[in-house]
Design a protein around this ligand. Structure first.
Ligand code: HEC
Ligand code: HEC
Length: 253
């Protein structure tokens, strides 16, 4: 076999092989998608259909929060691939409980574009929760953290004038820099933050309808957001703050 023939054979057989290899390589390195290794379960598949109908427009095809709509939002949708959630009752660094996620779907996140899906049947909500978990393998490796709701008890002094007044003072030292003197979200740091501080005089709370929900935010904070945890303040101080916030909500602007 002459040298020319060898080269011709090489070109003839190996070049297409190389091309196919390259193509396969490109195809297999597509952006991360829901569950690559195992097939979706029936519940996850049902959830995928709910997701593609009701969530995809804002949360994106890949669940990474990148969508046309999100470009216009001030508060961006989360990246489900990191499984870091703000609105949960478990400590920072841990996964939320299913009840936390169900609570978000029922209540929505007022003052942000995230709507309430209260009218959606619960089986569909549970299915879409199962589906968004397929975006991160943290859900296969870790357990959700312990919900702080277990240990929250509303005290008798909640909402009393004395508690509101104490809360007002604690608020003045800890919260005005972001939430502003009157709670309207216009503190001196507000403009420098990636997420605007909540207007606490707005009559609906993002965390949920109950004072316990606000107490939970003060206790665990909002992971991945500028809102810190105030778990270092005494339980009394945190409840007095909740009294004061409830007062701000009811009194209007
Ligand atoms: C109109 C746009 C929009 C739609 C539709 C929407 N979301 Fe959201 N969602 C958002 C935005 C924006 C946020 C971020 C709000 C925040 O963190 O304060 C969010 C937050 C969330 C969170 C909480 C994340 C956290 O950090 O705690 C979950 C869970 C969620 N969405 C699930 C869903 C599911 C499931 C659907 C469909 C059934 C859906 N969303 C539909 C815009 C939307
Ligand atoms: C460093 C700035 C900062 C400080 C200090 C701060 N917050 Fe916040 N807070 C925020 C931001 C930003 C949000 C909105 C977070 C989001 O949407 O992700 C928020 C959200 C909240 C929420 C949730 C609102 C809702 O509707 O459920 C409550 C309640 C709250 N803050 C109360 C307080 C109180 C009380 C203090 C003082 C003890 C305080 N914050 C101190 C930045 C701050």
């Amino acid at each position: 076999m002459g040298e020319n023939t060898t080269i011709r054979w090489l070109l003839f057989f190996f070049m297409p092989a190389l091309f196919v290899y390259g193509l396969l390589h490109v195809m297999s390195s597509k952006p991360a998608q829901a569950k690559k290794t195992k097939e979706l379960t029936a519940q996850e598949e049902a959830g995928r259909q709910v997701y593609n109908k009701f969530c995809v427009g804002c949360h994106g095809v890949n669940g990474d929060g990148k969508s046309k709509a999100a470009e216009f939002f001030i508060v961006k949708p989360p990246n489900f691939h990191t499984a870091v959630f703000r609105w949960k009752s478990t400590p920072a660094g841990t996964l939320p409980t299913d009840e936390d996620l169900l609570h978000i779907l029922n209540w929505g996140i007022p003052q942000t574009p995230m709507p309430s899906f209260k009218l959606m049947p619960e089986v569909q909500k549970r299915a879409v929760i199962a589906y968004i978990k397929t975006f991160s393998d943290r859900w296969e490796k870790e357990q959700p953290g312990e919900s702080v709701y277990k240990n929250i008890k509303r005290p008798a002094y909640f909402g009393t004038p004395e508690s509101i007044n104490r809360g007002k003072k604690i608020y003045a030292t800890n919260c005005t820099s972001c939430h502003g003197e009157n709670g309207q979200g216009d503190g001196p740091l507000a403009k420098t933050l990636p997420v605007p501080p909540t207007d606490l005089t707005y009559p609906v709370r993002a965390a949920g309808p109950k004072p316990e929900d606000t107490f939970r935010v003060l206790t665990v904070g909002l992971e991945g957001s500028p809102m810190p945890s105030f778990g270092h303040l005494s339980e009394r101080d945190r409840w007095d703050l909740v009294s004061y916030i409830a007062y701000l909500m009811n009194k209007g602007k």
